[in-house]
Design a protein. Structure first.
Length: 357
């Protein structure tokens, strides 16, 4: 058990790091943010900040020497960075989950190997392979880059085989995976936290609605089909977490289909679809992630009241802040980002025990 006053290092300086830092501070820990970006909204609320490149071994070693444990808020931290740090300080969760989550193909193979059901998929390492994959998978389909995809980026939809060339160009001709288009009723996520001793707890699944490939809302209670499929999806995520000897919060995104839950992707970190847990659960994802990596007992993940609605503030949505502040029942989170851009996540707002007007 890491005593209060210890320092938790976080790789990545975005809003997830910011909310982790707030939770860590509440438990008496100091936080040291390491991120290459000029703007770090996590560093604004942390005790220490190193702004340096992911491959700066000198700065990484100094960071490790200053931390009692290191975690990450960003799944595209280079694996080499984490490998280097792991020679100096404990990293939780470990490197294996990160490595798998960074590679869409490896992730699907890993999950299928554990008995999970991803959408039908085929590897597309080059343009010629796309034709073979289309013949096998059919249309409609989605071409997704193997690496660095998030919030619908690095994806192209194909309605017919004629879309092959434009789709290949749209993803900048990177190695990819072709996925069959899944007909789903709803999207949901399974959010779990696993402690150092293997104890695993789940939050209730929310129904997630995306707009332009970006999460727009997460709400509870979810429709009955999600309640029916939640246990099967949880069992898969528990298997994944155990196979990785995972410590911390792990997220799985699923499609609820007529044939059961279809695995979409996982994130080895706290997740946007779990933001509602800050106020909507007894102990939320950020505090429980810090508890897990610090070796503390896990907190209760039960939902405190229904309904719960979490709405993202994306781009111009931030203009609704005055109205949200005027609504005394809205829990407003502003991430402190200075630049407003379309599609950029700038904050979120949560209602617990009531719905937004
Ligand atoms: P992803 O970045 O893979 O989570 O994809 C972003 C969003 O695109 C998902 O949340 C779905 O709404 C949609 N999507 C992704 N893959 C599929 C698929 N195979 N079939 C249907 N919709 C998909």
């Amino acid at each position: 058990m890491l005593p209060p006053g210890s320092t938790i290092g976080i790789l990545g300086g975005g809003q997830l790091g910011r909310m982790l830092a707030v939770a860590a501070a509440q438990l008496g820990y100091r936080v040291h943010i390491y991120a290459p970006d000029r703007e770090s909204v996590a560093a604004d609320v942390a005790a220490q900040h190193t702004q340096a490149a992911w491959d700066d071994e000198h700065r990484l070693a100094a960071f490790a020497a200053n931390c009692d444990v290191v975690t990450y808020e960003f799944e595209n931290v280079p694996v080499e960075t984490v490998r280097f740090l792991s020679g100096h300080v404990a990293i939780r969760p470990g490197i294996e989950g990160l490595e798998i989550a960074q590679d869409r193909l490896a992730e699907k193979q890993f999950v299928a190997g554990l008995g999970g059901r991803p959408a039908p998929f085929a590897a597309v390492p080059d343009r010629a392979a796309l034709d073979t994959a289309l013949a096998a998978i059919g249309v409609p389909a989605i071409l997704k880059t193997v690496r660095m995809g998030y919030d619908g980026k690095g994806q192209a939809r194909l309605a017919s085989a004629d879309d092959a060339d434009p789709a290949w160009d749209a993803i900048d001709r990177h190695a990819a995976v072709l996925e069959g288009f899944v007909t789903f009723a709803h999207e949901f996520s399974v959010l779990l936290v696993r402690g150092i001793d293997g104890e695993t707890r789940f939050w209730d699944s929310s129904v997630n609605v995306h707009r332009d490939g970006i999460l727009a809302t997460s709400s509870l209670p979810p429709p009955p089909i999600i309640l029916d499929q939640q246990d099967e999806a949880r069992a898969l995520m528990a298997k994944i977490a155990a196979a990785l000897d995972y410590v911390g919060v792990l997220t799985g995104e699923f499609f609820a289909t007529a044939d059961g839950p279809v695995f979409n992707e996982m994130a080895p970190r706290v997740h946007n679809s779990g933001h509602w847990t800050i106020e909507g659960a007894v102990v939320g994802q950020f505090e429980n992630h810090i508890r897990a990596v610090a070796g503390l007992p896990l907190g209760d993940t039960a939902t405190v009241a229904l309904p719960v609605v979490m709405r993202n503030l994306i781009g111009a949505d931030i203009g609704s802040l005055p109205a949200l502040f005027a609504d005394g029942t809205a829990h407003v989170h502003h991430y402190g980002k200075t630049e407003v851009r379309p599609g950029r996540k700038l904050g979120h707002v949560t209602w617990v025990g009531n719905s937004p007007a």
